[in-house]
Design a protein around this ligand. Structure first.
Ligand code: FAD
Ligand code: NAP
Ligand code: SF4
Length: 673
């Protein structure tokens, strides 16, 4: 263990970064939004104020072809410098540094003008790219250097050149996408030529006293990706060209391997940064699924990397670094890696935010002041009620929470039991720490009824959540039938052959729970098991570091059922739904659709499909058939009081309720009460 820790400065010779924490590049959607640069400046400044050493912006294209979308942000003209200065000035007020990421999407462009090493189409893009001509390559190199120069003029401390995740530079580096026969294709020397010429041109243009970070794709996780030897040779060349820091890139966007979602074990990819670091002498940053100060400390102290990069954790908590530094890490609002409000939003062309912190990227919505301090009662300690309570208490209101259960967290206590959703425990831990911090009065094991609710309060907030829907199927009272809370909270144990009614988020989660052998550690907590399950070659014997998957056999025979015709799990998250679908498919879970449930009896579940009546002779039938709002108490109380009452979370609307909406509604109500 070294004396260097997370808070030790990193000396680059001509400049020093005040600690070892980098806020990684994230596109937020503010880049293209109305008044977006002022909002971005506020967003970055809050993180700089919160103690982060170095920020890397979301990717900015060096030219039109390199844009993600036709309207994406580009820095190519001197008149654009002024708006970038708003950002750099705001960040520099807090003694933090900021680098602009230059990102050329190559064949990942969502427009028809995309270019690449060769004319190819990625499985995740609608358009085939055009192969860059030699003249086009020359112009692209010039555009990178021009953009870097303009970044310098804008006051950035440096640039990050995006060489990973399957974008243009990465496309030139691997035989998968580079089929050229000129000096930019074929041998490794030729395939890395574009990257090295870009670095050279950028360095020439910006001079020595300007940070250049290069993001190396250390694991491509696609077939025909780079070999380990190629990654090392390339990293050494990148260093020789005068790059100051190497950042780690993990997996192309088109790779069918999860790299950042919640079921990926924490710090699962630090080993590859460590292996590369041993071969080079410039500082190396590690990344992916680092979300706690403790892991960050361990990585730096054990010398596995010189810096850690966290991106989403800074959406979840802008004050991450200062809290960690002041021994308040239990107060960090941890990113649970759900992707629901960050990446999913960006892919839906919405402004990014954060499920556990709806203020992220919407900071100015919460500038309101409470004019009158009030005594407030909250009924229900689920995500909606607690989020309201914390925000209202932080504004000075006097808060009392009543919860009928023995724990806070509501349905998060069920969600955290799903293998791969262990991170949900962190939110409950954070909630508890905030309840203590603000001296919120908490009454557990207290079922509130209309008569029990005293009238001492100024206003009442009902966050009583949802109740599972019991479908109207003859025989539903049969003892084979188990509700999802009873199953997931361990009140009832399912047999070897099980049917799950309902293939929404909870049905998928229940199937994952049932498929898991409880005697084994979930792969989300065991890096080797995770790598075997998803086919990641940790020995890096194969190009792209992929190998044949060794999926664990399902612990039970499982049937996931729905009435509708559409694909199972169609409405799951945009960036994570495929993982849930693939995981169950690999475990050979049977997905049956277009069903009509007829009855349940001791033989099992009788259903009709394509006009044929069949019986699933299962031991148990798990109900995951949606929910309805638990708003009876609110309606009763409303009739007996003249005081303001508010209904939030699942109690307000059960359709498509998730924690993102529950927390958002709670925090936003507290900001205006
Ligand atoms: P709840 O969480 O239901 O909380 C309501 C609280 O009110 C409960 O604690 C209840 O005991 C209490 N209460 C009710 N009546 C009274 C009363 N009379 N007196 C006192 N207390 C009372 N969402 C996501 O966004 N992403 C996910 O990945 C995700 N996964 C999930 C996985 C599972 C298995 C489950 C079950 C849910 C999942 N959810 C997920 C959904 C999410 O947990 C809910 O949408 C969210 O918890 C709703 O919050 P809420 O505060 O409105 O209600
Ligand atoms: P859901 O997504 O609405 O799914 C409910 C399922 O029940 C549907 O598949 C529906 O399918 C079926 N169903 C509805 N009414 C039925 C009836 N009367 N009889 C039989 N089947 C019926 O709800 P959920 O799975 O309960 O999840 C609740 C919320 O939690 C969701 O909004 C979700 O966003 C959130 N959640 C999210 C995640 C995540 O990973 N992001 C995970 C878990 C939960 P058919 O109508 O086709 O049969
Ligand atoms: Fe993390 Fe989820 Fe917030 Fe994204 S939305 S930053 S993944 S907690």
């Amino acid at each position: 263990m070294s004396n260097i820790d997370l808070f030790s400065p990193l000396d680059l010779g001509f400049t020093t970064i005040k600690n070892r924490v980098l806020m990684g590049s994230m596109h937020t959607g503010l880049e293209e939004a109305k008044d977006g640069f002022n909002k971005l400046a506020r967003f970055y400044a809050e993180r700089a104020k919160g103690g982060v050493g170095l920020i890397v912006t979301g990717g900015i294209a060096p030219n039109f072809a390199g844009r993600v979308h036709p309207l994406s942000c580009q820095l190519s003209f001197p008149w654009q410098v002024k708006k970038h200065k708003i950002i750099t000035d705001a960040v520099h007020e807090y003694d933090a540094k900021i680098c602009m990421q230059i990102l050329h999407t190559g064949r990942y462009a969502y427009h028809p003008l995309g270019v690449s090493a060769s004319s190819t189409k990625s499985p995740i893009s609608p358009f085939k790219s055009r192969a860059l001509s030699r003249k086009g390559i020359k112009k692209t190199i010039y555009d990178f250097a021009n953009s870097a120069n303009l970044a310098k003029k804008s006051g950035y401390d440096g640039v990050e050149l995006m060489g990973s995740e399957g974008y243009l530079i990465n496309q030139f580096l691997t035989p998968k996408t580079n089929h050229r026969s000129d000096k930019y294709g074929g041998t490794l020397e030729n395939r890395m030529r574009l990257a090295l010429e870009i670095i050279r041109a950028v360095r020439k243009k910006v001079g020595t006293n300007f940070i250049i970070i290069f993001r190396v794709s250390m694991l491509d996780l696609v077939d025909e990706g780079m070999t380990f030897d190629e990654v090392i040779t390339f990293s050494k060349k990148v260093q020789e060209e005068g790059v100051n820091i190497i950042n780690t890139g993990i997996g192309w966007h088109e790779a069918r391997i999860p790299t950042i979602a919640t079921m990926v074990p924490r710090a699962a990819f630090t080993w590859i940064t460590e292996r590369v670091k041993k071969e080079i002498s410039i500082p190396v940053i590690t990344t992916n699924r680092i979300n706690t100060a403790e892991d960050g400390h361990e990585i730096i102290k054990s010398g596995k990397a010189d810096m850690i990069s966290m991106a989403r954790p800074f959406l979840a908590d802008p004050n991450f670094v200062n809290k960690a530094k002041n021994n308040l890490s239990k107060e960090i609002n941890t990113c649970i890696a759900c992707n629901q409000a960050c990446l999913d939003h960006v892919f839906e062309n919405k402004i990014a935010s954060c499920l556990v912190n709806p203020k992220a990227c919407h900071e100015s919505d919460f500038d309101t002041k409470s004019l009158q301090l009030k005594k407030l009662a909250i009924i229900g300690a689920g995500p909606a009620g607690i989020s309201f309570a914390i925000e209202a208490a932080s504004r000075g209101h006097d808060i009392t929470i009543y919860e009928k259960g023995s724990l806070i967290g509501g349905q998060f206590n069920i969600a955290k039991e799903i293998p791969g959703k262990e991170e949900f425990r962190e939110t409950i831990r954070y909630f508890l720490a905030q309840i203590q911090k603000y001296n919120i009065k908490l009454h557990l094991n207290t079922t509130v009824t209309k008569d029990l609710l005293n009238s001492d309060f100024d206003e009442y907030i009902f966050a009583t959540g949802v109740k599972p829907r019991i479908p109207d199927i003859p025989g539903i009272e049969n003892e084979k039938v188990i509700s999802y809370p009873d199953l997931l909270l361990g009140k009832k144990i399912a047999g070897a052959k099980v049917a799950v009614i309902g293939a929404g988020g909870i049905g998928f989660d229940a199937a994952e729970f049932l498929a898991h052998n409880p005697e084994h550690e979930p792969s989300s907590l065991n890096i080797d098991a995770f790598f075997n399950e998803w086919g990641i070659d940790k020995d890096f014997k194969n190009a792209g570091a992929i190998k044949k998957k060794q999926t664990p056999i399902s612990f039970r025979e499982i049937y996931l059922l729905q009435r509708k015709k559409t694909k199972h799990g169609k409405n799951l998250g945009k960036t994570t739904g495929w993982i849930h679908r693939q995981s169950l498919k690999d475990k050979k879970i049977s997905m049956l659709g277009e069903l009509e449930y007829i009855k349940i009896d001791d033989k099992g579940l009788h259903y009709k499909q394509n006009d044929q009546v069949k019986v699933l002779d299962v031991d148990h039938i798990i109900l995951c058939a949606g929910q309805f709002s638990d708003n009876v108490l609110y309606n009763e109380f409303l009739e007996s009081t003249t005081k303001p009452c508010h209904l939030i979370g699942g109690a307000f609307e059960s359709r498509e309720i998730d924690a993102k909406r529950a927390i958002d509604q709670g925090v936003r109500l507290a900001a205006k009460i």
